[in-house]
Design a protein. Structure first.
Length: 264
């Protein structure tokens, strides 16, 4: 599906990969609906898009408040007539050992990363069925493929996304709905700063690997190409992606390698 003249709803669009995706998709002649909790940052992104000649709307959204989703969807439909693409990018990361992390933090991770994306997808699917077409993109992480230290709850929530959206792809393909999974590695974003620690508070530190990772705009271009080609799995990153294949074919080597990597 060529990504042009579409209405594209992006969660987590106030920064990082979501912001870069919004700008890349708008640049290709689409209308982007920008959602996140921080309205001021959404307005900034929207202004930058419109100043560049693109089309963007701001719609604040809290992924933990599924009861508000129907009204948000109704608003988009009344204004834009369709939802052609939903990009489930909103989420939160973690920087803490499992042994130090209360179960409430694990539940929070799942509520935002997994249940938020699933609940929104289930609300949008009837719209796409009525249109007889649509595309759903779920942004996971490299740790949605492999486990990693100090990411137990985050990795688990992203593994859960993999199971749900892979199955959904199989279910929805006969109905004309594309489903794609995105697995970013180290991308230059603030996700590590916004990650929660064992107290549920902001980690507020930039990971060294994150700072030296792939630029977010380059990541966005790769994701969009994958979306247009309807790739089931879109892996984005640099050398760190080798760990996915090492884990698959040489698990013993994988565990020796990750034991040497500092988790932050």
């Amino acid at each position: 599906m060529r990504l042009k003249d579409k209405v594209v709803w992006i969660t987590g669009a106030s920064s990082g990969i979501g912001e870069a995706l919004a700008k890349e998709i708008a640049k290709r002649g689409n209308t982007v609906i920008l959602s996140a909790r921080r309205e001021d940052e959404l307005n900034r992104v929207a202004q930058e898009i419109t100043q560049g000649g693109g089309k963007a709307d701001v719609l604040t959204l809290d992924l933990t408040k599924a009861e508000e989703f129907p009204a948000k969807i109704e608003h988009i439909i009344s204004k834009h007539k369709s939802i052609d693409v939903l990009v489930n990018n909103g989420g939160i990361s973690q920087r803490s050992f499992a042994r130090d992390t209360p179960i409430d933090v694990d539940r929070k991770m799942f509520e935002i990363n997994f249940f938020g994306a699933v609940a929104l997808t289930k609300q949008v699917l009837p719209v796409m069925h009525k249109q007889s077409y649509g595309q759903i993109v779920a942004v996971s992480s490299i740790v949605g493929f492999i486990g990693f230290s100090m990411r137990t709850a985050y990795s688990a929530s992203k593994h859960a996304m993999k199971g749900f959206f892979e199955s959904l792809r199989i279910e929805e393909a006969p109905l004309g709905i594309q489903v794609n999974m995105v697995y970013p590695g180290s991308i230059q974003t603030n996700i590590s700063k916004f990650a929660v620690n064992e107290k549920g508070e902001a980690h507020d530190k930039q990971d060294r690997r994150q700072a030296g990772g792939m630029p977010a705009d380059q990541c966005a271009r790769i994701i969009v190409r994958g979306m247009e080609r309807n790739k089931a799995d879109i892996l984005v990153g640099r050398r760190e992606l080798l760990l996915v294949y090492i884990r698959r074919y040489f698990p013993g080597l994988f565990y020796r390698l990750v034991a040497r990597i500092k988790p932050t």
